[in-house]
Design a protein around this ligand. Structure first.
Ligand code: EPU
Length: 420
């Protein structure tokens, strides 16, 4: 086990490149299973544990995989197993996309119930509702989701809640259904559009991704394609928040500024300067910020996935800030860790009330989940003295080379084995 040791209090200067989007990549890899001809050549894949986990799972189904530095070639013509039940499947959330992909291509699948970050109840009732509406029989038995259909037939599906996972999963299954599927009240996150673009490159007929309604005209078969994953909105947002919190001037390259608007708006409100320039953004800050109120919402609202990093920034922003977490019921586990560093935060249900303090002080803290881990790294970067962040396997699930990127910006951060 490793930990990150951070000697905080230094401003950040320099430029870094943002990697491909985790939450797009973890849907696109299972989507590649839908190709019954040719290989998928996928580029801008982030080098993170969730991606490696999915690559192993897909290989275990009989696909041939060639993994490059930031790319992967998937030959799914050789797939011979619709039963995904390895330890890796249980470890991660996005393994549920195997259900939609396998159901679409083979009309059956058996996939262990997914794991993922402990951020609240994570039901999949809307995924199941969609599969059933397409004509599949769905059972949950011995910890597995078992789906089977004679035929999948396009229909109208109105989701009861806006769900990223359900939108993508049902879209995957519908690509090879007979006739037209209309998905209403869908999620509009950038990675929904990216997955739809990937599927269209494979020969699917999907329109409307990025709006409330997606229309999928079923096609007979899909084939491999070449594709590059979009930049990671959440990774970019995390580094923007780090730069604003620490002070300094940081340029982020390979991003889509449009995807970052809600984050930029809050940083500007807090006193940060944001300069957009093509596919780059520069964040300038003197580290003296003021409190802002945040409500997490589905895209284009403020993303829940940067709520935890943003709450770290607000611990040292002047005045009171109120965060309302409207997506996940339990995404404040990092607050107790921030309190060890001197933060003044009170949590009431899904609301956190933060009264800014002059400074945080270094402590031994842990990453309770992926984005909480990023929040604790930022806390370490702004704190006086030394911070040790434990349980960083959570961070490695979603942030490629986090310590190298912060080192490139001048931070004093190193990864060491916990036994040292
Ligand atoms: N929900 C239901 N029923 C469902 C599905 C979802 O009630 O069948 C509820 C959830 O309980 C939650 C809300 O709908 O309250 C939104 O959940 P959603 O399905 O959108 O989340 P997800 O697909 O499980 C993805 C990301 C999360 C991100 C959320 C929201 C992946 C692998 N995960 O999760 O990312 O927080 O969308 O944007 O794409 C992260 O990257 O740190 C992370 C947790």
């Amino acid at each position: 086990m490793d930990k990150l040791v951070i000697n905080g209090g230094k401003p950040l200067f320099g430029s870094i490149e943002i990697n491909g989007a985790k939450n797009a990549a973890v849907a696109i890899l299972p989507a590649a299973i839908l190709a019954s001809k040719n290989v998928c050549n996928i580029d801008n894949i982030p080098n993170i544990e969730d991606v490696h986990c999915l690559e192993r799972i897909i290989e275990s189904l009989g696909c041939k995989i060639e993994v490059g530095k930031n790319s992967v070639v998937i030959d799914s013509t050789t797939i011979n197993n619709v039963n995904a039940n390895t330890e890796d499947v249980r470890k991660m959330r996005a393994s549920y996309y195997l259900i939609g992909a396998l159901l679409g291509r083979f009309k059956k699948a058996r996939v262990e119930l997914p794991g993922g970050c402990p951020i609240g109840v994570r039901p999949i009732d809307q995924h199941i509702k969609g599969f059933e509406a397409l004509g599949a029989k769905v059972d949950i038995t011995h910890g597995c989701v078992v789906v089977e259909a004679d035929r999948l037939i396009g229909t109208n599906i109105f989701f009861d809640v806006v769900s990223v996972g359900a939108t993508i999963n049902v879209m995957l299954a519908a690509t090879l259904a007979e006739g037209v599927t209309t998905l209403e009240n869908v999620a509009k996150e950038p990675h929904i559009v990216d997955v739809a673009n990937f599927l269209n490159s494979m020969g699917a007929n999907i329109k409307g991704a990025g709006t409330d309604v997606i229309r999928v005209v079923g096609v007979k078969e899909l084939q491999g394609c070449s594709y590059s994953v979009i930049p990671d909105q959440i990774e970019a947002g995390t580094y923007m928040i780090a730069a604003a919190s620490c002070g300094g001037e940081v340029r982020l390259e390979n991003i889509i500024p449009k995807h970052l608007e809600s984050i930029s708006a809050k940083l500007i409100e807090s006193g940060t300067e944001i300069i957009e320039d093509g596919d780059c953004i520069t964040v300038k800050s003197n580290g003296k910020l003021k409190g802002v109120n945040i409500k997490t919402q589905p895209y284009p609202g403020f993303p829940t996935d940067v709520q935890q990093p943003m709450s770290t920034l607000l611990t040292v922003a002047k005045g009171r800030s109120i965060i309302s977490e409207s997506i996940w019921e339990s995404r404040f586990k990092h607050v107790d860790e921030l309190k060890k560093m001197g933060a003044n935060i009170k949590v009431e249900g899904r609301t956190a009330i933060i009264d800014g303090v002059d400074k945080l002080t270094g402590a031994v803290v842990k990453a309770t989940d992926l984005r909480a881990g990023a929040a604790m790294v930022i806390a370490g970067l702004i704190a006086d003295g030394v911070t040790e962040v434990l349980s960083i396997e959570h961070i490695d699930r979603g942030y490629p080379n986090i310590e190298d990127k912060f080192k490139a910006l001048g931070a004093d951060i190193k990864r060491v084995s916990c036994s040292e």
